[in-house]
Every structure is written in C-alpha cells, then in structure tokens.
Design a protein around this ligand. Structure first.
Ligand SMILES: *Cc1c(COP(=O)(O)O)cnc(C)c1O
Length: 235
C-alpha cells in the first residue's frame, strides 16, 4: 500500500461526490440553504484513507473506538488540519485517552463520563466540544441518555469550565422509521437550546438515513460506508 494510491483515491473521491450530491439534493428537497457538516467516519479504514480524504478537502473525520483511533491517528499526516470527532460509546477508562486527540466527543451520555472528561481536560489544559448522546430506542445500555434526562446532563456539561456544550447526537433505531426518531431528537435539541443557546448542533444521519436527518435539522452527518466502503480496504 503506498500513501498516495491513485485507484483508492479515485474510489474515495467518487464516494464523496455521490454523498455530497445526496446531501445537496436532500437540502434542496427540505428547503434548506445551509449545508450540514459532513463528518467522514474512518473507523476500520487505514490512515492512508484519511490522508486521501484530507487531500480531497475533507476536514472532519469520525472514529468510534479509542484503541483503533489512538493508534491510527499517530500515522496521519497533518492531523492538525482535521477536526477529530469521537462518535462511539465511550468507556470511562478510555476518556483520558480520547481527550488527548479528539476535538469533539459526540457520545456523552452519563454524569460519570462528564466528570472523567473534566478531570482529563483539566490535566491536559485543553477544552473539548461535547454533544449529549440521546437514546432514541427506549432501551438504554446501548449508548445514549434517556431523552427525559438529557437536559440535566446538558446542564452538568455547561457547568464544566473545560467542556463546551455544542448540542445533541443520536443514532436512529434500526426498527423504527428514522423520520420519527429524528423528530424526537429535534424536540430534545430544542429543549436544550432554549436553556443553552450556543448548543446548536444536531449530529444525526449515517449512510442509510442521512436524508431523514437533513429533513429534521441535522447540522452534522456521520457517513462512513457510503464513502469508504464497508470494511478496511486492503488490510
Ligand atoms: C459507524 C458509525 C457511523 C457511520 O455509519 P455508516 O452506516 O457506515 O455511514 C455513524 N455513527 C456512528 C455512531 C457510527 O458508529
């Protein structure tokens, strides 16, 4: 594998332009003038893919596992040009590691994790952008706070000097119409924004349901498969 494999770059470029076209069409259909930010989810894909993405103009990437991300990002060129979004379920004992390389943590879903991120960021002398992950499935344990408790958790983040509350994040349940799920997320986002006007982000929508997310006000889309394919390209 060479760092600038032209075949792979062309593949990624095609996936990117298809996805950007889908987003533009969805925005036009929804009467939206503001394009959401596209976060390309690079999990399971090698560092060279991230180099290609950067060369193709991508500035936001997403990773969902600390072990993989910490090891991989060490091999990415010009990492400081990228905004790194941590989007996966976050164990408390991994929070200090994630706080080192992430710019945004999308998956804050319990008070204990807030406390751990506060301790880690204070030690590192840095601040982190944070989203409250909301559980839309009704079966907590798979990530996300109960929508009823999202406001309380958001208040905890607002009270932390080294964390900046930016908004909410969710994954649509597989067994439900994504429009219905993202409508509930939009309502939770409204409630939080009323208390914290700067918390304007809604991170929602993946390869399969980005159009529904656009319809319900997503400001950030997290797309992997549609751009990079379904697994690590060549080891
Ligand atoms: C993997 C992942 C995505 C991207 O999913 P695709 O279907 O590959 O686009 C988005 N959000 C989270 C939390 C993920 O883990």
């Amino acid at each position: 594998m060479t760092a600038a494999d032209p075949v792979r770059r062309a593949e990624i470029e095609a996936g990117l332009s298809e996805t950007r076209a889908r987003i533009e069409n969805a925005c036009a259909a929804a009467g939206r003038k503001d394009l959401p930010t596209l976060i390309v989810v690079t999990k399971t894909h090698p560092p060279a893919d991230i180099d290609h993405l950067r060369a193709l103009g991508v500035r936001d990437i997403g990773e969902n596992r600390d072990n993989e991300a910490a090891a991989k990002l060490a091999h990415v060129q010009n990492l400081d040009e990228l905004t790194v979004h941590f989007i996966g379920q976050l164990q408390t004992n991994k929070a200090a590691s994630v706080a080192r390389y992430a710019d945004v943590v999308h998956s804050v879903d319990r008070p204990r994790l807030v406390q751990t991120l506060v301790a880690a960021t204070e030690r590192l002398g840095r601040t982190l952008d944070v989203l409250i992950q909301v559980d839309l499935s009704g079966s907590p344990g798979r990530g996300g706070v109960d929508p009823q408790q999202a406001g309380e958790l958001a208040a905890l983040v607002v009270g932390a000097e080294t964390l900046r509350l930016r908004g909410v994040m969710a994954v649509a349940p597989l067994d439900e119409d994504p429009d219905a799920a993202f409508a509930r997320l939009a309502a939770v986002a409204d409630g939080i924004r009323r208390v914290s006007p700067e918390a304007t982000w809604i991170s929602a929508g993946m390869s399969g349901d980005l159009e529904a997310a656009v319809r319900h006000g997503a400001t950030h889309l997290r797309v992997g498969t549609a751009i990079l394919g379904s697994r690590a390209h060549r080891g």
